[in-house]
Design a protein around this ligand. Structure first.
Ligand SMILES: Cc1cc2nc3c(=O)[nH]c(=O)nc-3n(C[C@H](O)[C@H](O)[C@H](O)COP(=O)(O)OP(=O)(O)OC[C@H]3O[C@@H](n4cnc5c(N)ncnc54)[C@H](O)[C@@H]3O)c2cc1C
Length: 426
């Protein structure tokens, strides 16, 4: 947290008066209609976690201002997974109707090993997931999830979403926090009781306001592409995982089954702060030279590839200090090998709103949020790291892995994740 702001803004920040783009802090305890005034929270980032947090906070009686750096809705990205634990939160927030139209529900995860030359296990999902967990396991295009959440949030009267405005800094005092906002037309300020940093893996709230280290690059690069389902109709009903030497491949249907999402993850030191760096098919295939022909043929199909460098944040850093808390990737960016980045941000949002609603002391509420979430999320981060090693094994290690997976079989492999998918919002 910075303790001063340079330049012209300082008087505004100190007086706590919002400049034009922000709304003034509530100055009285009732609204004109006699209803008690809602306490106001500022959320930086209208991504998956920020929008869910806005919905959860609004439901808990707060008014929420969401600042989003991008001018446009996020049409970027590709597949993201919504496991039963995340589905239940969205359901409790009344945000699942759009999911019925935009998600696919794969029947199974088929695990393949390059060493074994093909399938070694099939984990049942589909109806089995619904029976076991009481909620579906879904896959969706990130743009569809983002658009759906945005529309629900925009329909709620106590949520204000300001696009094209980036959180730049903030100053806390006894009664609240005043934030500095950077937009195309200049700098402005706004004020709330707390600031939630849901500004993603390259978080400003994390690095500038809380002075915490950035997420670490993991020495892995993920290439993503989508293809029309007609090009690979045999992949339409399931999620596939191929594990090989220093690389793996995941595919699953998105866009209600109209497309197949491909994510090819390789060991590579390239890194940049960018979700969508361009990449070529040749570059991808170079990493899969000795792989089975069907996989190489699949990887040759996309017209266009994009890549991003994988990062994570290890255990041990704080998530909350004073009136500031981090949420989602800003708090605990993780490798995607548990497919839980979005799901954990969604769970965080629910717990954070409950803590703020139940504890009037904001500092204490945010500390309680961190205490309630940390152990579970760090377990997910560790398991994702373990999977990163397991997926890229070679030689006898790969043989031992494949034998173990075959021995366990699909049902027992699924039951190993009951602790994750059975989570219920309080
Ligand atoms: C453009 C984009 C594409 C992605 N594509 C994929 C994908 O294909 N597959 C996948 O698994 N995951 C993808 N992700 C990541 C995935 O959404 C997150 O890992 C996960 O959903 C956790 O969500 P989050 O809310 O913590 O972060 P995010 O969903 O990343 O949201 C962070 C938001 O904060 C905004 N922001 C950043 N800095 C500021 C600031 N200073 N002020 C205000 N706003 C700010 C960003 O523009 C973004 O909208 C993508 C994320 C983004 C932003």
């Amino acid at each position: 947290m910075t303790d001063h702001i340079d330049g012209e803004l300082e008087p505004d920040l100190r007086s706590g008066q919002a400049t034009p783009s922000g709304s003034p802090a509530p100055s009285c305890r009732t609204q004109p209609d006699g209803q008690p005034a809602r306490r106001r929270i500022i959320v930086a980032g209208a991504g998956i976690g920020g929008l869910t947090a806005a919905l959860a906070l609004e439901r808990s009686g707060f008014s929420v201002q969401v600042l989003e750096r991008s001018q446009q809705n996020g049409e970027v990205g590709a597949g993201i997974q919504i496991s039963p634990n995340a589905w239940r939160v969205l359901d409790a927030l009344g945000a699942t109707s759009f999911l019925e139209e935009t998600t696919s529900k794969p029947e199974a995860i088929q695990i393949n090993s390059v060493r074994a030359g093909g399938k070694i296990a099939r984990i049942p999902l589909g109806k089995e997931a619904v029976q076991r967990y009481g909620a579906p396991y879904c896959v969706i295009h990130r743009a569809d999830l983002h658009k759906g959440l945005m529309e629900v949030a925009e329909s709620r009267p106590n949520i204000e979403i300001n696009r094209g405005l980036a959180l730049a800094d903030g100053v806390e005092d006894e009664d609240g926090i005043t934030v500095e906002i950077q937009g195309e037309s200049g700098v402005s300020s706004s004020r709330g009781e707390a600031l939630i940093g849901a500004d993603g893996v390259w978080s400003t709230v994390r690095r500038r306001l809380l002075r915490l280290p950035s997420a670490d690059y993991a020495g892995r690069v993920a290439y993503r592409a989508t293809i029309p389902v007609e090009k690979a109709p045999e992949l339409a009903n399931h999620t596939g995982l191929w594990m090989g030497d220093r690389a793996h491949l995941v595919h699953y249907p998105i866009g209600s089954g109209r497309e197949i999402n491909l994510v090819a993850v390789v060991d590579d030191e390239w890194h940049e702060e960018n979700w969508s760096a361009p990449a070529s098919g040749e570059e991808v295939l170079e990493h899969y030279k000795d792989w089975p022909l069907p996989v190489r043929k699949l990887l040759a199909l996309p017209q266009r590839w994009l890549k991003w460098a994988l990062c994570d944040i290890g255990p041990g850093t704080i998530w909350a200090e004073g009136r500031i808390a981090l949420l989602g990737d800003a708090a605990h960016a993780m490798l995607p090998f548990m497919a839980q980045g979005g799901a954990m941000a969604i769970e965080d949002a629910w717990v954070l709103a409950r803590c703020l609603a139940e504890e009037a002391d904001v500092d204490e509420a945010l500390m309680e949020y961190e205490r309630k979430r940390k152990q579970r999320v760090e377990r997910v981060v560790r398991t994702a790291r373990d999977n990163a090693r397991t997926y890229h094994m070679k030689g006898v290690m790969a043989l031992a892995r494949d034998t173990g997976i075959r021995y366990l079989g699909g049902q027992r492999l699924l039951s190993r994740y009951d602790w994750l998918y059975k989570w219920q919002p309080e």
